[in-house]
Design a protein around this ligand. Structure first.
Ligand code: NAP
Length: 282
C-alpha cells in the first residue's frame, strides 16, 4: 500500500497486555500501527512480539495524562503518515481499595489515567478521525457496567468513560466517526502485577474490611488463574471494532463478559440506546 492509502491506527498503552496484542494484531491485519507507550524504554516485549509475528510497528512515546505528550504524538503521526483511521484508548491502570482506606489523591489519580487520559487522547484525535470517517475505540471493562467490590474508584472511572462515550457516540456519528467501547472480563496481562500493591499488606492494613478484602482477593486470584482470557483473545474484539462495517457501541471480549454484563444490561451491544439518542441529533 502507498503511504496515503494504508489505514493508520494509534493505540495507547502497548508495553504489555491487551495493547501489545492489539498492536500486533492490527499490524498483522495490514494496518500501519502506531504503538504508543508512556515509557519507550519499556518497549522490549512489544518489539519482541512484533519480530516474532514478522510485523513492523511505529513505536512512539505517549503518556495519556500529559497533554503535551499526546499532542506531540498525534501531530507526529499526522506529519509522517497524513491520516488516522482508528484510535484505541487502551491505556489504563487498576486500583484496589475502599472508601475509608484510600485518599482523595489516590482516587483522583485513578480518574486521571482511566478517565481524563481517555478524554485527553480522544479530544486530540477527533478532528483527524472526522477527516477519515474513522473509529474511536476505548477499552473499558465489565467493571464499566457492574460496580465491583474494592474497585470503587476504578469502576467509577470506567463508568465515567462509558457514560462519556455513550453520550459522544450519537454526536460523533453525525460527523462520520464510529465510537465503541470494548469490555473485557479477566484477561491474563500485567494488569494485576501493575497494581503495584502488596496485597497481603493491604489485607492486614484494611481494619474492619480485612476479611472481606481477603475473600475478594482470593476470588480474583482464582478468576485470573482459571478463567482469564488471553490478551490475543481480547485484542480480537478490538480489531473487530476497527474493521466491522458497523461496529456495535458495546463490544464484550468473551462469552463470559457478555453474560456478566447481561446481569445488568438489557441492551448489551448498546444498539437500543444508540438508535434512541441518534434520533435526537439526526
Ligand atoms: P497492562 O498489561 O497493565 O497494560 C496497561 C497498559 O497501560 C500498560 O502498557 C501501561 O504502561 C499503560 N499505561 C498506564 N498508565 C499509562 C499512561 N499514563 N499513559 C500511557 N500508558 C499508560 O493491563 P491490560 O490488562 O492490558 O490493560 C489494558 C486495558 O484493559 C486497561 O484499560 C484496563 O483497564 C482494561 N482491562 C483489563 C482487564 C484485565 O483483566 N486485564 C479487564 C478489564 C479491563 P506502563 O507499562 O508504562 O505501565
Amino acid at each position: 500500500m502507498s503511504a496515503t492509502s494504508q489505514k493508520t491506527v494509534l493505540i495507547t498503552g502497548t508495553s504489555s497486555g491487551i495493547g501489545l496484542a492489539a498492536a500486533v494484531a492490527a499490524a498483522r491485519a495490514g494496518w500501519r500501527t502506531v504503538a504508543t507507550l508512556r515509557d519507550p524504554s519499556r518497549a522490549d516485549a512489544l518489539r519482541k512480539a512484533a519480530a516474532e509475528a514478522g510485523v513492523e510497528l511505529d513505536i512512539r512515546q505517549l503518556d495519556v495524562t500529559d497533554e503535551a505528550s499526546v499532542a506531540a504524538a498525534v501531530d507526529g503521526v499526522i506529519a509522517d503518515h497524513g491520516r488516522l483511521d482508528a484510535v484505541v484508548n487502551n491505556a489504563g491502570a487498576g486500583h484496589v481499595g475502599t472508601l475509608e482506606n484510600e485518599s482523595l489523591a489516590e482516587i483522583r489519580e485513578v480518574m486521571e489515567v482511566n478517565f481524563f487520559g481517555v478524554v485527553n487522547v480522544s479530544k486530540a484525535v477527533m478532528p483527524h478521525l472526522r477527516a477519515t470517517g474513522g473509529r474511536l475505540i476505548t477499552v473499558t471493562s465489565v467493571g464499566g457496567v457492574i460496580g465491583q467490590p474494592f474497585n470503587e474508584a476504578y469502576c467509577a472511572a470506567k463508568f465515567a468513560v462509558e457514560g462519556y462515550m455513550e453520550s459522544l457516540a450519537p454526536v460523533a456519528r453525525t460527523v462520520g466517526v464510529a465510537v465503541s467501547v470494548v469490555e473485557p472480563g479477566a484477561v491474563a496481562t500485567e494488569f494485576v502485577n501493575n497494581l503495584g500493591i502488596d496485597l497481603e499488606g493491604a489485607i492486614n492494613a484494611a481494619g474492619p474490611y480485612s476479611g472481606a478484602l481477603r475473600q475478594y482477593v482470593n476470588r480474583t486470584v482464582a478468576q485470573f488463574t482459571d478463567g482469564a482470557q488471553t490478551p490475543a483473545g481480547a485484542a480480537e474484539a478490538v480489531l473487530g471494532a476497527m474493521t466491522a462495517e458497523q461496529p456495535a457501541f458495546r463490544i464484550q471480549t468473551s462469552d463470559w463478559a457478555r453474560a456478566f454484563v447481561a446481569t445488568k444490561l438489557t441492551d448489551a451491544d448498546g444498539s437500543a440506546v444508540q438508535s434512541l439518542t441518534s434520533a435526537w441529533v439526526s
